[in-house]
Design a binder for this molecule. Sequence first.
Ligand code: KG4
Ligand code: ZN
Length: 361
Amino acid sequence: MAKILGIESSCDETAAAVVEDGTRILSSVVASQLDTHGKYGGVVPELASREHLRAIVPVVREALERAGTDLDGLAAVAVTAGPGLVGSLLVGITYAKALCFARGLPLVAVNHIEGHIHAVISQARGGGRPVEYPALALVVSGGHTHLFEVREGPLYRLLGKTRDDAAGEAFDKVAKLLGFGYPGGPVIDALAPHGNPHAVKFTLAKMKGNTLDFSFSGIKTAVLRWVEQRGMSAEIEARREMLRSNPHPTVEEWLAVTPRATLDLAASFQRTVIEELLRHAVAAAEGIGARSLIVSGGVASNAGLRAAAEEARLPCPVHFPAPRLSTDNAAMIAAAAFVKYGRGEFADMTLAASASLTLAG
Ligand code: KG4
Ligand code: ZN
């Protein structure tokens, strides 16, 4: 039995979890900084580091307590080494090193993107439908939109990625533009069923070169042009005003300040992004003869994407993580670390934060 403490602080969530043998989640604690960054409409790196510093000790303590263990009961400590915000990553890395140094525990460095993929692999190992290889992984979050071929090992090969904005970033930027605050994905997801997804036709850029690459900056510009042409500033200001006094509106409260045409716009934007993600995932899966499709990262919690993936004619079974494992968490980091732990792949005290760490070519 190997219990691994995972620590994740790459962006705006301070998270710690204890996972046994890479599959059994004994605890998973996530302290979100949404209330800190929400009023700025996006993550402010300096504030993120400060919030991580405040949260890291109590979050790790709570994860150990909920798992019913202490540091002496651990086999290793795993930490996200990148990609992410350097100042944020450093908080987790420094604390993980300190724990390892003090208790003589091995340190395991984990790539955040590999963590997202392992959220699904470990869930499947822990009793879900098994992931079969080769698998195609679509990692869609605020920072990444990547397609990987995953082979047993696991070994990764990058097949395509966004050339500009990540899909989650597009959700966030469009939501901010429309006055829905930050993060935008969950709000657009909740409002999309109230609009007509076919009302607005967006055309996405045709990819030259690698046709599996994505580009989402054009759709954001198209929404901006739509907003400018329709003179929507009064309704946008009404929503911003509501957010100032009520930072977490309900769907009904949003609907009260959002005309039908804007709901149609949001629904059409979401449909276009989902279709693009699935079109590329299907093409990539067919290209490698995938036997499983893994969809992970914050955008994987999108209800519209999950429904579309179920309805689509996919070449192989699709696996989504449980919603709480879709967005950033440390259970996925501890799960990914278990494989490295088994192989004796340990980091040492020179481990540095790597803002642009890649998983494969
Ligand atoms: O994986 P994650 O927590 O952090 C990164 O690694 O980036 O993903 C956060 C991103 C944000 O852009 C957020 O708007 C998006 O995931 N997101 C969603 C939904 N929930 C979170 N996007 C669409 N629909 C959702 N339900
Ligand atoms: Zn993430």
